[in-house]
Design a protein around this ligand. Structure first.
Ligand SMILES: *Cc1c(COP(=O)(O)O)cnc(C)c1O
Length: 331
């Protein structure tokens, strides 16, 4: 249905990392009311999966086109984006450097372990603001003769967001093949690129879906404008300028802050693992599922149709002792 539309759009080059569509599965949770589906981007094929692989298809293609010889990115120590960037860099035989805030870690669990297994260099920038440190390190590497390609936090620029523009149509096609049509679509929101790509794609539908982003970053007043900016840039890049359909962002499920679990998010991890056999992560997706649970349980006419929750990955973070110790209290 959308193939001809997609073929007409001037998509920039990308390196194929997806292999095919990720599974789209119905939940067995009692409160799902037979209306909840998981889109399993935790199962993207490389480096233990996650949403950043779709962004890296475009970002790494640009890095290769620019003949980069070093990939630099940044993120929290348990960044899934940094882990997948390190893995894909290694697959492309490019060295990678990850800048993290604070001191050099004393424990190397979860994503940090995987970063090291992938061969990434990890630089802790202490008290220096992360963006400033990335800029400094990038120019230092340039003066040493490198041609670095620097990927922003979460891979969330226009090019990265294109990954979720395409993913949206993958989902629609897949649901159609299964004989149903999604009415609502929800995902966790961190650096905004995932939701922005979905919003941009939704703008091209005659009847847009209802989109809900669950903010997992505290105090991010700019998140909505960041989503709008990126979504507009995606449509401009594709020469398909049009007005953005409405979308919602809730901040009610972030709890004490980014990366800090809530009782609801920890309970959801255990519940979904036991019922559906699916692991949600403590930082992003468990807060997203907690929001969807709240909405479905308080169901009035709010979700008359099916809802898809986009599982964006992040599971490896629970192998950081900080997270698994907390989770053990809920078993
Ligand atoms: C990065 C990430 C998100 C958020 O995606 P953004 O594009 O940064 O908003 C959600 N879930 C997981 C597991 C992530 O790693």
């Amino acid at each position: 249905m959308f193939n001809s539309l997609l073929q007409r759009l001037p998509l920039p080059p990308r390196i194929p990392l997806m292999g095919g569509p990720t599974p789209l599965q119905k939940s067995r949770l009692a409160w799902s009311d037979d209306a909840l589906y998981w889109k399993r981007d935790d199962l993207t094929p490389y480096g233990l999966g996650g949403n950043k692989l779709r962004k890296l298809e475009f970002l790494m293609a640009e890095a290769l086109a620019q003949k980069a010889d070093l990939i630099i990115t940044s993120g929290a120590p348990q960044s899934n984006h940094a882990r997948l960037t390190a893995v894909v860099s290694a697959m492309l035989k490019l060295p990678s450097l990850i800048v993290i805030p604070g001191e050099t870690p004393s424990e190397w669990g979860g994503n940090l372990l995987l970063d090291r297994l992938a061969g990434a260099e990890i630089m802790a920038c202490g008290d220096e603001p992360l963006d400033q440190a990335v800029e400094r390190i990038t120019s230092e590497k340039k003066s040493q003769g490198f041609h670095p390609y620097t990927i922003p936090l979460g891979g969330s620029n226009t090019l990265g967001s294109l990954g979720y523009f395409l993913a949206f149509f993958e989902l629609l096609k897949q649901a159609e093949e299964q004989g149903w049509a999604p009415g609502n679509l929800a995902c966790a929101v961190g650096s905004a690129g995932t939701l922005a790509g979905l919003v941009a794609a939704n703008a091209l539908l005659p009847q847009p879906l209802r989109l809900l982003g669950i903010n997992v970053v505290q105090n991010s007043d700019q998140l909505r404008s960041q989503v709008e900016k990126l979504a507009t840039e995606v449509l401009d890049l594709l020469h398909a300028p049009c007005s953005l359909p409405p979308f919602e962002i809730t901040t009610n499920f972030v709890g004490p802050g980014y990366g800090l679990p809530t009782p609801a998010s920890s309970e959801v991890i255990i519940e979904c693992f036991r019922t559906d056999g699916i692991l949600f992560d403590p930082v992003y997706t468990s807060k997203g599922v907690a929001a969807v649970k709240h909405l479905l349980q308080g169901k009035n006419q709010e979700f008359p149709e099916s809802i898809v929750f986009w599982h964006t990955g992040g599971g490896p973070a629970i192998f950081d002792p900080h997270y698994y110790k907390e989770l053990l209290d809920y078993t």
